[in-house]
Design a protein around this ligand. Structure first.
Ligand SMILES: [Zn+2]
Length: 396
């Protein structure tokens, strides 16, 4: 059955004031990863009030995750993903309040046509994108099993719809030396801090050998307690990123080698801990092209990617490894004006322009989902592309 595209746009327009209100409220009450109780409460209550049906809460065993579903029990299952967590100090400087509003709008636009759907549209509330990996926990809990495609949008300073997102990992080093009075007998001590600082210097010496696109950035998490004691315990932590998970392996090895070398030089012990981060984004081009056509029809002129702007990381990358997915970035300000995680970006995330982009994103995602729900061949094409991309990503 053909879905009414004009009716999709009409529903989003009809709901626009309430979607903006929802998004603004989330913006004004920023909540950190896994603490998004008010945001998830407002979103689920809003969806319930429009649908007149209950929304599942506590999805995947996470208090602030949720899921709503509309349409047929059989046929393709298409998910739109909402994020709603904020950052410490700078609030909604990543604009996740707009991601939430767009996902809700896209979902409700298709839910309104539920009897005509030859599959289902799902809204998945995914907590803790900012370092908490909420989507990874949802994947592990089987929430995406049987889902054929997933999409979301992310605010940015330009429209780039198949931009890369880097594979990431954290590496922590805890150094243990021997304390001594820093003036009476420094020769009796072995400094954990010296090893910690040497780690930074050694890594800097290796930067020239990193491949393009690699990012290594670290902080000292424990630098000692008093300047008159040779430091017994010190620690540092690094975030490592590379365009692919395979490309990340040699970077991890280099960083760990530097940590061990620094420990050797200071004759201290080191304990190294790896924490797996996010997978790189596999942009499903079958879906990207549909989204691009929908977005262009709404008056935007998206680029696939832009080498003049950097890339970050997202737990949507892990979703994209499991199933066909897209993560388009859309402008909420002028190009170069400000970027995610800056204070000025937080202001753009509650501006008329930000809300306008949110509504455009809702329509474009709903149109893309409609394309998939109407055409099983398109779903199969996206799946075939995903199988090949996944094999390349895992096995090089
Ligand atoms: Zn973000």
């Amino acid at each position: 059955m053909t879905l009414d595209r004009a009716a999709i746009d009409r529903t989003v327009d009809e709901l626009s004031e309430r979607l903006i209100d929802l998004s603004r409220r989330i913006h004004e009450h920023p909540e950190l990863s896994y603490e998004e109780r008010r945001a998830s409460g407002w979103i689920t209550e809003f969806v319930e009030s429009v649908m007149q049906a209950p929304v599942e809460r506590g999805t995947g065993g996470m208090e602030t995750a949720f899921r709503a579903r509309a349409g047929a029990k059989s046929g393709p299952r298409i998910a739109v993903l909402a994020e709603y967590d904020a950052l410490p100090e700078i609030g909604h400087a990543c604009g996740h309040n707009l991601i939430a509003g767009a996902a809700v709008g896209a979902f409700l636009a298709l839910a309104r046509q539920a009897p005509a759907l030859s599959g289902s549209i799902e809204l998945v509330g995914t907590p803790a994108e900012e370092g908490g990996g909420g989507k990874i926990r949802l994947l592990a809990a089987g929430v995406f099993e049987g889902v054929d495609a997933a999409m979301m949008f992310h605010p940015f300073d330009r429209d780039v719809i198949a931009h890369p997102a880097l594979s990431t990992m954290r590496v922590q080093a805890a150094f243990h030396g021997a304390p001594a009075h820093a003036a009476f007998a420094p020769w009796d001590g072995r400094s954990a801090l010296a090893a910690c600082l040497d780690t930074f210097r050694l890594i800097d010496g290796q930067r020239v050998h990193f491949r393009d696109g690699v990012r290594v950035y670290g902080i000292v998490t424990n630098g000692g307690q008093a300047p008159n004691i040779i430091v017994e315990d010190a620690a540092c932590e690094f975030t490592l990123r590379a365009p692919t998970t395979t490309g990340l392996t040699p970077v991890v090895e280099t960083v760990e080698r530097c940590m061990r070398a620094a420990a050797l030089a200071s004759n201290v012990e080191v304990k190294i801990r790896r924490e797996i981060g996010y997978h790189e984004m596999l942009n499903n081009m079958t879906l990207v092209r549909r989204f691009s056509a929908a977005l262009s029809a709404l008056g935007r002129s998206p680029r696939e990617t832009d080498p003049t702007v950097g890339a970050a990381s997202t737990d949507m990358g892990d979703v994209s490894l499991a199933l066909p997915a897209i993560h388009p970035w859309l402008a909420i300000c002028d190009e170069g004006e400000t970027l995610c995680h800056e204070r000025a970006f937080a202001a753009c995330a509650k501006s008329p322009r930000g809300f306008e982009t949110m509504l455009v994103a809702a329509k474009a995602m709903a149109h893309t989902a409609a394309d998939l729900l109407e055409d099983p061949g398109l779903v199969e094409q996206a799946r075939a592309e995903h199988r090949a991309a996944r094999a390349r990503s895992l096995h090089g």
